[in-house]
Ligand binder design. Sequence first.
Ligand code: FE2
Length: 326
Amino acid sequence: MKELAPVLTGPEAAELILESIPNPVIMINNDSTILYINKSMESFLKADRCELVGKPLVEALYKGLTLTDGYHNPVLETLITGKEFSNRPVEIKTIFNVTPRPMLISTFLIKDGEGRVAGACAFFTDNPGGKGTVPPFEPPSKRLETVYAFAEAIGARDGCTMGHSEKVAQYAKMIAERMGQDKETVEQAYLCGMVHDVGKIGIPESVLNKEGPLTGEEYELIMGHSRIGANILARISWLNDIVPIVEAHHERYNGNGYPMGLKGDQIPVLSRILAVADAFDAMTSDRSYRKAFSLEKAVGELKRNAGTQFDPEVVDVFIDLLKEYS
Ligand SMILES: [Fe+2]
């Protein structure tokens, strides 16, 4: 007979269960960085979990492909939209496993004692034969690969995670879809979200990561990032179409933005969408100098600035989407 361990209680027992089950489990924080990986997930990823904890989810779990939505990451979708999945068929490909593995994924929001979203959790089971999934797993396009590389570079540079770019990209895509944009424009919305801040690569680190107020000169430097980003992307023939969109992502609806001071419809519609997606994610994420805004406060800010900073139609569409998911 096996020797029995002393009786465990509370969180210690819960962790032991997670460590003992054969199902891979992963938990992410509300900034989409990895909070916890159980032993089974660690062996599935073929990586040292100590090195992955704290890193953006997209570094560990590359992509899930589902029947209805094409490429996306269900755990991230749960975090962003609040929509939880039960035994959803996916094919998981990781940066450590090139061959996709058919699995069923269940996702849950993690909430604190006051009901605020603290992160999300994914629980996997094998799906032999891949019933319900769409084979074969398509590799990311050249455009996607390029924007992922840029998003990685931006994250490495400005200290914020690749999760920010991914979330802005997902919000922008959802808004563009809901506004009835065509498939190509919706794809552009996602790509632009991933690379909107690529120009930050050209801003001195001391300014980019400065804690405390910026001087006028430093602010001028930061404002240069939308034009620098446009110049970088203009060098890549297969991303030429998104150059004007990235360049205009800090234009304001009333003409008080930069770099050109465009106004209303002069601003490309995807730039107007990006402005809302970017501001919402910034407001609802923790920063070194402040805690994340509540959903209500962030929505209040969007409404307060509709018609001045933001396109009011985009704000209305986004608030409607948020209502559906909250
Ligand atoms: Fe920006």
